[in-house]
Design a protein around this ligand. Sequence first.
Ligand code: PGA
Length: 250
Amino acid sequence: MRRKLAAGNWKMNGLSPDLAEVETLLKTFKNPSVDLLLCPPATLLHRMAHLTADGAISVGGQDCHTATSGAHTGDISAEMLRDAGATAVILGHSERRTDHEEDSEQVRAKARAAHAVDLTAIICIGESLAQREAANTLDIIAGQLAASLPDIATAENLVIAYEPIWAIGTGKVPTLAQIGEVHDFIRTRLERRFGAGVGRGTRILYGGSVKPDNAAQIFRVPSVDGALVGGASLKAVDFSPIIKALEDSV
Ligand code: PGA
């Protein structure tokens, strides 16, 4: 029912020569059985969208402003992302929440801005290590979900990425039981808030140190609909086996 999604978050990485990685992925995955998305830095977005226009890879932004346009030096609007060829945008990544003090209310406003121009909002949530050790994970997730999600969402324009902060870029990954528990909890909350159709249809990705050597087991967790991949999405040689593992899990 839910088509799986492998999404790559390049973060603040990538220069012109790195577009060759995308060409390799396009050649490797001509007709994939899962959705593929790459979120490069804004400087590469338009060129990557051009490169992938006839291929199986979609492109997305990593953040957007709440406003459509105006005096916001250095910011980028959802409409600009759409204009550059994006179909999705990552919102509320923990690095945005930390580096730019973004709170969940801002993330919700950004999601509304994204939906207004038909971008899929990939909303990131996740607990810190201290919160997990204090057994507060589900409370934190519930709070972030309640405040970060817009009031109206569809299974097409919303994706949730569960990314424990302590797993991002650290090589540490929760147990499969821990991932399953949080994903099931998120789905129950989505069903309760948006109804069974949206709740069951919305994709929930796992993110945080997904690598070629752990992807297959993570994708065996039934409630995992794919991954948001940082470091291992930068090189086709790393991202390809992750995509293949996701295809094998279908
Ligand atoms: P990582 O990043 O795969 O490098 O841990 C994931 C993310 O931050 O989306």
